[in-house]
Design a protein around this ligand. Structure first.
Ligand code: FE2
Length: 388
């Protein structure tokens, strides 16, 4: 994220001796993508960040898709998914391709280990609950409605608040970022962007753990989990600075655009990845021309699969959905409002819908777990059959 940030103590210059009170050195670590050319941060550790005493393969992730790809509109009721206790090990894959994956997590207890995704950036939408994302970069509070962006390589742990936490994890193989058209040549978000740097929340409190002993770290790489045992607490950073760290943006801080007549979905864009975009559909007044049709027109998004995650039970063009529903409208078919929704939208003043859209540029596969919660008649709902 192109905002410089610093927490804790850092030396006057990069790559110089930075000593502790006893005269010994702090250990500098650069974390960044694209070698030494992309966004990066420099961290200063009490002990060597490379010190591990054991490494072992934990397990493969083994995602499998339905046997034969089915071409029809799909609806999955993810609220019915059974998920395991961990926020990171028990994520249920729903839709995926080589560039992006959507997964659901409903953690029941805090992990007693730390986690690093070594193969993808994560945009985690907090569907419900609250807590603190703990990382080498400090503590970042999260709450329902937040997108928590965790660049690859960031060691972290999800701490859970008292109420149930539900997470939609959007994992991209490329670099998750704000849309280029929202940024000027200096990287700053422009006045035309629907959110600003002021809306971006960065780690706030750096807690330095000066503890030796055995600590478990899980690393995801090559679609496998590897377990490492370190010789000291990995969150032993006394200070850091740079442009690479976890950050949060609330969907409620996205300023929706409204026109006299219908504006197309790109006005809702919030993030871009490689091979996908993420859009936010937020509560807003409707189009204000008396003849305008606020509901979208039917459309074929050729060369794109369109996924909607419904964060509440209202969506202007859709019926039969509930909080936690996911619809998949694949390339190759037109889709649009269900019967009556276009007519009903004329003259309506506002919508309270809240939804996250992920448009992918290549086809998505449906996981076997998603089939367990599929609404089997959704694709017929435009012909008058009810979607139950
Ligand atoms: Fe669409």
């Amino acid at each position: 994220m192109p905002i410089y940030h610093q927490l804790g103590r850092v030396p006057r210059k990069r790559h110089v001796a930075f000593r502790k009170d006893d005269g010994s050195l702090h250990y500098e670590e650069l974390v960044g993508n694209e070698g030494f050319a992309g966004p990066s941060s420099l961290l200063y550790h009490l002990r060597l960040p490379t010190a591990v005493k054991e490494v072992r393969s934990y397990r493969g992730l083994g995602w499998s898709a339905e046997g034969e790809r089915v071409l029809r509109h799909r609806h999955f009721r993810t609220a019915k998914l059974a998920t395991g206790p961990s926020a990171v090990l028990d994520r249920v894959p729903l839709l995926f391709n080589a560039e992006v994956a959507l997964q659901m997590a409903r953690p029941k207890k805090e992990d007693d280990f730390f986690y690093r995704n070594g193969q993808g950036d994560e945009i985690v939408f907090v569907v419900e609950g609250e807590g603190v994302l703990e990382s080498s970069f400090g503590e970042l509070a999260y709450r329902a409605g937040d997108y928590v962006v965790i660049p690859r390589g960031v060691l972290h742990r999800w701490r859970l608040g008292p109420s149930p936490v539900r997470l939609l994890v959007i994992e991209g193989a490329g670099y998750a970022r704000t849309p280029k058209r929202y940024r000027n040549e200096h990287g700053q978000l422009t006045e035309n962007a629907p959110f600003s740097e002021r809306d971006i929340r960065r780690p706030e409190r750096l807690v330095t753990h000066d503890e030796t002993g055995e600590f478990r770290v899980m690393v995801k790489s090559g679609n496998r989990l590897v377990e490492m045992t370190t010789t000291h607490h990995p969150f032993d950073v006394v200070g850091w600075d740079g442009y690479y760290y976890p950050w949060a943006l609330s969907i409620h801080d996205f300023e929706p655009r409204v026109g006299r007549i219908h504006l197309p979905p790109p006005v809702h864009q919030t993030f871009e990845g490689d091979g996908f975009v993420v859009c936010s559909f937020c509560p807003r007044p409707y189009d204000f021309d008396p003849e305008s049709i606020p509901a979208p027109y039917s459309h074929q998004n050729v060369m794109s699969d369109e996924v909607l995650f419904y964060a509440n039970d209202e969506f202007m063009s859709r019926r039969g959905i509930e909080k936690g529903s996911i619809t998949l409208h694949p390339d190759g078919l037109p889709h649009g409002p269900q019967p009556g929704r276009t007519e009903d939208s004329i003259g309506a003043k506002a919508t309270s819908e809240l939804a996250v859209m992920v448009d992918t540029f290549r086809p998505l596969l449906v996981s076997r777990q998603a089939l367990d919660v599929e609404d089997p008649t959704y694709h017929l709902s435009w012909a008058g059959a009810d979607s139950k």
